[in-house]
Design a protein around this ligand. Structure first.
Ligand code: WQD
Length: 355
């Protein structure tokens, strides 16, 4: 257990799906939390739900990663001990249409953040990276030393470039920086209370929200992109991880930063289990007692066949492993979806503070 008492974590992208669930775990672990979000793909109501669930307050500023002056003002106003950097654009398809926006927002945004950290001598950072940096894996399950960079989409390339930049930064000043990059696999699910979940303001792009929308009757069929892959049943295989497991992985990463000066290190956050699209659909149907009609279509461009994590390093060094099952992911997502059909859209906005 880290000496989290009175320690403050600055979370970027805190109103987002993963950021908001992570803040719940940080508050429960005793950290104070300051967060920013530009609300371009999230709703501030998520932070109100965080406060309701934890009974603790969050300091929220509406701020963009490209507003270097506002970013620096956060560090001038608060004594920050750690930074967890979630804020990023993350839609693979969108990233191929608008590459400059993605490089500017994700890479320049991170440079702005690190420059503000440097100015205020804040040197402990957890970066939200992605298994997409591995590209199409040569070996499975994927270990952290698998080559990275052979990435076909712009979103994944921004994550790869940021990892490389952070590595260079820690090499340039090894006694200063203490950085962990967490490579997420496929985040799914929702807070077990049913009060928090995935609620992007932009259209969904990932599988589970689509399954749920078909199950609830908002869509008539689930499109399956390819059933001719060399996998257990021909459909794509991924490592689906419950968002609450992902959140606890970030608390474990802060503990790891406390335990040793790492300079720069990466860890996979996955379950270690590969699950096919069809296996996820069947699990969802069984848990929710619904039917999900299927429409088999050709493969989606850029999709890889199979991707799942080797979790040994995370277990050993983060002293962390996943606890939630595939059934938990399905039932928790379903509870969120059925109890909040409009997500946070009907919630009163959570008024940001002024910097
Ligand atoms: C999963 C599987 C599809 C939708 C995402 C993020 C990426 C990273 C990992 C965090 C694939 C199939 C999907 C549908 C389908 N996360 N599918 N019908 O592509 O693995 O990548 O998670 O950084 O950022 O993009 O996730 O949910 O889109 O696809 O058949 O309607 O489901 O072909 O096999 P993906 P996904």
């Amino acid at each position: 257990m880290s000496a989290s008492k009175d320690k403050t974590v600055f979370v970027t992208g805190g109103a987002g799906f993963i950021g908001s669930h992570c803040i719940v775990e940080l508050l429960e672990a005793g950290y104070k939390v300051v967060t920013i979000d530009n609300l371009t793909n999230s709703r501030s109501g998520a932070l109100k739900r965080v406060e309701e669930l934890t009974g603790k307050s969050v300091t929220f500023y509406q701020c963009d990663m490209l507003d270097a002056v506002a970013l620096e003002a956060v560090f001038a106003k608060h004594h920050i001990d750690y930074v967890i950097h979630f804020a990023a654009m993350k839609a693979v398809g969108e990233s191929m249409l608008f590459p400059l926006i993605y490089y500017k927002n994700n890479v320049i945004g991170t440079i702005n953040l690190v420059e503000a950290m440097k100015k205020h001598n804040v040197t402990q950072l957890v970066f939200s990276s992605s298994c997409t940096v591995y590209g199409d894996p040569a070996t499975l399950p994927i270990t952290e030393d698998h080559p990275t960079g052979n990435v076909t989409n712009v979103y994944g390339r921004t994550k790869y470039l940021i990892e490389e930049m952070l590595k260079d930064l820690s090499r340039a000043d090894p006694d200063k920086w203490n950085i962990i990059s967490l490579r997420y696999f496929n985040p799914v699910g929702a807070h077990p209370s049913g009060r928090m979940g995935e609620d992007p303001t932009k259209p969904f792009t990932n599988l589970m929200p689509y399954i749920s929308q078909v199950a609830i009757g908002k869509r008539d069929k689930l499109t399956i992109f390819g059933d001719d892959y060399d996998t257990v049943d021909g459909t794509g295989v991924r490592d689906y991880i419950h968002v609450m497991d992902l959140a606890s992985g970030h608390v474990a990463a802060l503990d790891r930063l406390d335990s040793e000066h790492l300079r720069y290190k990466t860890y996979n956050l996955g379950t270690g289990c590969g699950v096919s699209v069809l296996q996820l659909v069947r699990a969802f149907e069984a848990v929710t007692k619904t039917q999900v009609p299927l429409d088999i279509q050709p493969r989606r461009e850029g999709d890889i066949v199979s991707m799942y994590a080797n979790t040994d390093l995370s277990k050993r060094e983060l002293k962390w492993q996943t606890k939630y099952t595939l059934e938990n992911m399905c039932e928790d997502f379903w509870r969120w979806q059925t109890q909040n059909p409009n997500g946070y859209a009907d919630d009163a906005p959570y008024e940001p503070e002024t910097l």
